[in-house]
Design a protein around this ligand. Structure first.
Ligand code: NOJ
Length: 568
């Protein structure tokens, strides 16, 4: 196990999703001055790096992941001067700031695309992926192949101006850039990366980092969903033929010039394929997100097809993430929430009034004792939960949820059972759960905005909010703060140590040992609402370091109790 301490390995990262974080001017939308006003709060939690989700100019069809200008800020979020102040304020507090790098696609509103679509001979025509239509025997026009978009429907959109289709793996307004074109790549590096590095940012979270290189024959994908016209096509764009060449080029020509951190959102791949992006010797990126844990129980091609999971499935996912760095020169990440995931207490803990805080602390104990760079998403530190089941679909605003719901309803609208089941799954898994406004206090709109919030505030803001937790030593916020401090105190063990599960088959308790240079930690977590017998599975002498209860009776694990011992 490596011992070269590097700031981005030791770091705890706090993700801010600007629209819902903090509104400073009462227009109902979060903004950069709002973020600046909370920097001391973020620092007080014990985090070191802020990852700011897209704040670039954008029509916001996919909440900023559809960028119309990399070098401008979305006016509702603020200005370039506000960004300078944010960079300065972050650095002044000894923290770093990383941005989201969205370069698989732009918005259709980006000038590059506007030029590209204007004519077949425009110099930027080849900056995006254009193909002619296919026609059937009856002369009906069809897209060039059967690929499905991540946001439902065909991955191709027809453009009348030139009578051709362009590829969009996400929304119709998110055309994929053509990475085969060297001039395009250079323009991306200059506008999306260098511009911001020169302003002083400290790195990037790299969006959809495994998707830039497409199989150039663009073949039809095999039929996986026979009742649909459009099929999953990952194998033709995920880890494509030239992807590592592109990342190496980006690193060598831009990223390597700065003291940065990069974390890729690469998607699902076998371990060997994933390692190619993050192995230090490959010089591509520092680390990537592994989705094993957050997607447990869901179909990887369709998040709303959900069958539930057992604790042993979850353990396997944690094992995969943890063993990713063992015997390799790569680095890993720990995360259970982000802007694309539901709230972790609802998903993996218990969000009832009785166990919400305690199970939240259990999850904090889990995350703060796993190796890799740790990521916390806004509101996670106070235990924000999913939106209630009683809310109708009209409260959901995410393009992913809306498109899916519409398509599903068109097929199964008459089937009450199926529609109810879909609503159950949306209530558990939709991205919208992470996107409701942060609950700052118990005043109107949860202190997020003095205006009408762009998205409805979760009903439980009077019980769950920052103001009531920062001063309470028993709050979830205080527990996170303490856990992050302990993580740094025992960093060899907790951030860099090896990981071994002791009770692989147990469906109620999760016990593991962390080990580093002669030190060993024993972590035991009761994932149920039952009291269970505690057994020392190691046999060594256990010395309690941290727990989410005052451990009085060592022989019993109360519901959702967790303990971190040193083995002496
Ligand atoms: C992944 C981002 O996390 C997600 O929010 C976005 O919709 C897609 N990439 C498209 O950029």
């Amino acid at each position: 196990m490596t011992k070269d301490y590097i700031w981005w390995k030791d770091a705890t990262v706090y993700q801010i999703w600007p629209a819902s974080y903090k509104d400073s001017n009462g227009d109902g939308v979060g903004d950069i001055p709002g973020i600046i006003s909370t920097l001391d709060y973020v620092k007080s939690l014990g985090t070191d790096v802020i990852w700011l989700s897209p704040m670039y100019d954008s029509p916001q069809d996919d909440m900023g992941y559809d960028i119309s200008n990399y070098e401008k800020v979305y006016p509702k979020y603020g200005t370039l001067e506000d960004m300078d102040k944010l960079i300065e304020g972050t650095h002044k507090r000894g923290m770093k700031l990383i941005l989201d790098l969205v370069i698989n696609h732009t918005s259709t509103e980006h000038d590059w695309f506007k030029q590209s679509r204007s004519s077949k001979t425009d110099p930027k025509r080849d900056w995006y992926i254009w193909k002619p239509a296919r026609y059937d025997a009856e002369g009906n026009r069809h897209p060039p192949n059967n690929w499905v978009s991540h946001f439902s429907g065909s991955a191709w959109a027809y453009d009348e101006t030139t009578d051709e289709y362009y590829l969009h793996l996400f929304a119709e307004s998110q055309p994929d850039l053509n990475w085969e074109n060297e001039e395009t790549r250079k323009a991306i590096y200059k506008s999306a990366l260098s511009f911001w590095f020169e302003k002083g940012i400290d790195g990037f979270r790299i969006d959809t980092a495994g998707m830039y290189s497409k199989v150039q024959s663009f073949p039809d994908a095999p039929i996986v969903f026979p009742d649909s016209e459009w099929q999953p096509c990952q194998k033709y764009f995920q880890n494509g033929p030239r992807i590592h060449e592109f990342h190496k080029e980006m690193f060598a020509s831009v990223t390597s010039k700065y003291d940065t951190m990069t974390v890729g959102e690469v998607g699902h791949s076998p371990r060997e394929d994933s390692l190619k992006y993050v192995s230090a010797k490959e010089k591509e990126m520092n680390m990537m997100f592994l989705f094993d844990a957050v997607e447990v129980g869901s179909n990887p091609s369709d998040r709303f097809i959900y069958d539930g999971y057992k604790l042993t499935d979850f353990k396997n996912a944690v094992q995969n993430q943890s063993s990713f760095i063992e015997g390799t020169d790569a680095w890993s990440t720990v995360f259970y929430e982000n802007h694309d995931q539901p709230r972790s207490i609802t998903r993996f803990g218990n969000d009832s009034t009785k166990y919400r805080v305690k199970s939240g602390k259990l999850l904090a104990l889990l995350q703060s004792t796993l190796s890799g760079t740790l990521y916390i998403y806004q509101g996670q530190e106070i235990g924000m939960t999913n939106l209630p089941r009683s809310w109708s679909i009209d409260e959901y605003l995410d393009i992913n949820t809306i498109n899916y719901y519409k398509e599903f309803k068109a097929k199964y609208g008459d089937n009450k059972e199926k529609m109810d089941k879909l609503m159950d799954n949306i209530t558990l898994l939709a991205r919208d759960h992470a996107r409701s406004p942060v609950q700052w206090d118990d005043s109107e709109n949860a202190g997020f905005s003095t205006g009408k919030p762009w998205m409805r505030v979760n009903d439980n803001y009077k019980e769950i909010n920052v103001a009531s937790q920062v001063t309470d030593p028993n709050s979830l916020f205080s527990f996170w703060k303490q856990s992050l401090k302990i993580r740094k105190e025992y960093k060899d063990l907790l951030i860099y140590g090896s990981f071994k599960i002791l009770d692989k088959e147990n469906q109620k308790i999760f016990t593991y040992v962390k080990e580093a240079a002669g030190q060993r930690a024993y972590i035991v977590l009761n994932f149920t609402s039952e009291s269970l017998k505690f057994e020392n599975l190691d046999g060594g002498k256990l010395e309690l370091v941290h727990s989410n209860v005052n451990v009085e009776d060592e022989s019993t694990l109360s519901p959702y109790e967790g303990r971190f011992y040193l083995i002496k």
